[in-house]
Design a protein. Structure first.
Length: 220
């Protein structure tokens, strides 16, 4: 019997390009669409309210770095609450599209692989439903660079109730939910050390599968 071959991982950039090119997260008639999680008002409105409430509570506006900005439907609503807003994604065509559509003096877009490239300087990193698509090795590479920020706003799609955190996957379209797992940065192998943690909002997606869970980590 021929031995089963282990599925070979695609380079992450190629995997994400395929998602947009083949519209694997759906479409709303546009070339680039980051899925219902970035457009469903029942998910977007409470998230925007919680994050803008946090940003507005600070004494001064800060520089926000959006790591995995996608089609920028959500990020565009956070820009007014930041001194500077740097939006990052791995798909170059998507970044070019966003640059053409969203133009503000204190907004810039950068095409980066956040697991490999140096991250932009800033005060707060927003990482919304990005890590859930990445392997543990890539998440660890990212985590090592997140300590340059004072604040982290992390959103992950996790199972309801108890679950085994951080089971490994191949980077791509899928997430750990099918394994009854989810990303928890405070747990091994990531072990993020936060001075303070705050729960911002948890939302039930339309299909009722798991929770879209947003946490604030204060690192210094």
């Amino acid at each position: 019997m021929k031995a089963l071959q282990k599925k070979k991982a695609w380079p992450t950039r190629a995997a994400m390009q395929q998602i947009y090119h083949k519209q694997l997260w759906g479409t709303n008639g546009t070339t680039f669409y980051s899925g219902s999680g970035s457009h469903d008002s029942n998910l977007v409105a409470p998230y925007i309210a919680s994050v803008t409430s946090f940003l507005a509570s600070l004494e001064e506006k800060i520089t926000v770095v959006d790591l995995g900005c996608g089609d920028f439907n959500i990020g565009s609503r956070l820009v007014p609450f930041a001194k500077n807003y740097i939006a990052v994604d791995i798909v170059e065509e998507l970044i070019d599209h966003n640059r053409a559509v969203f133009q503000l003096p204190h907004l810039q877009f950068r095409c980066l692989d956040i697991a490999k490239d140096e991250l932009p300087k800033g005060d707060c990193a927003i990482v919304r439903q990005v890590l859930q698509h990445l392997s543990n090795a890539e998440i660890k590479a990212i985590v090592s660079k997140l300590y340059r920020y004072k604040y982290l706003v992390i959103t992950e799609h996790i199972p309801k109730g108890a679950f085994i955190p951080n089971l490994d996957i191949i980077s791509g379209q899928g997430i750990r939910l099918k394994k009854q797992s989810g990303v928890d940065l405070l747990s091994p192998p990531f072990n993020v050390k936060a001075k303070e943690t705050r729960h911002l909002v948890s939302l039930v997606p339309p299909k009722g599968n798991g929770l879209i869970h947003t946490m604030l980590y204060i690192l210094e």
